[in-house]
Design a protein around this ligand. Sequence first.
Ligand SMILES: Nc1nc2c(ncn2[C@@H]2O[C@H](COP(=O)(O)OP(=O)(O)O)[C@@H](O)[C@H]2O)c(=O)[nH]1
Ligand SMILES: [Mg+2]
Length: 254
Amino acid sequence: MINLYFIGSAGSGKSTLTGAFLGWMQGQGFDAVTVNLDPGIENAPYVPDVDIRDWIKLKEIMEDYEVGPNGAQIIAADMLALNIVEMKEIIESFETDYVIFDTPGQMELFTLRQSGKVLVDSFGADRSIIGYLYDPVISKTPSGFITLMLQAASVQVRFNVPFMGILTKSDLLKDEERKEIIEWSQDFMELDSAIHEEMPTLRNQLNIEFLSALMSFDKGQKLLPSSSTYGSGMEDIYNTVQQIFYGGEDLSRD
Ligand SMILES: Nc1nc2c(ncn2[C@@H]2O[C@H](COP(=O)(O)OP(=O)(O)O)[C@@H](O)[C@H]2O)c(=O)[nH]1
Ligand SMILES: [Mg+2]
């Protein structure tokens, strides 16, 4: 069983990709289940097989603890850890090859609170992979792209599991924009000249050595463009997971 976690900034497309990737898997005849870890999800674009909202309800937390919606989100994130054992049993009862996790809208609720790390480790870090979502609108400028790379690096430090970078909603980008972003993800020299063009007087040590080191973090893996709207890029995500865990072998189909 493989655990695939989609992690990324609010609005980067985690929930939509969870639904789109599940749809693609099913279309290929592969078995997969989805787990929603976001107690604040509204209008989920898929029907979760396992849903944190069965255990944690933001409205009840707001009443019980007399906090607003933001406070409730933080308490809910910490409460995640309390339900791990029960959730794990339910997930395992599905006897599936693939578990796709949709994580909380606000990424730091999962990446910075202890419970996210505890959950990934309890569900088996050795068979986990993180799909880190690059928001295309933020990725368009070199400074935005570098900011997302820094976050990606922090996620890798935090979870210490295999990792792939996904450029989501790529249908929102012009062809040249998409090409440029993917080039930045592979070539720190290009990124270095782009950031200097955007910011001719850099105030920090965002120099070529820094970018080179940052890029070495995920070993210069190419960003995978995807669009949940058009269902594109799903096969690349699947192939990357298979490559990492099985050296490229296919799952058996139903
Ligand atoms: N054009 C386009 N919009 C998308 C795509 N994926 C998600 N969206 C939209 O982006 C917004 C945020 O998506 P959502 O999945 O809720 O993001 P999350 O906060 O990371 O879970 C929603 O309005 C989606 O309809 C995509 O592939 N293409
Ligand atoms: Mg979401």
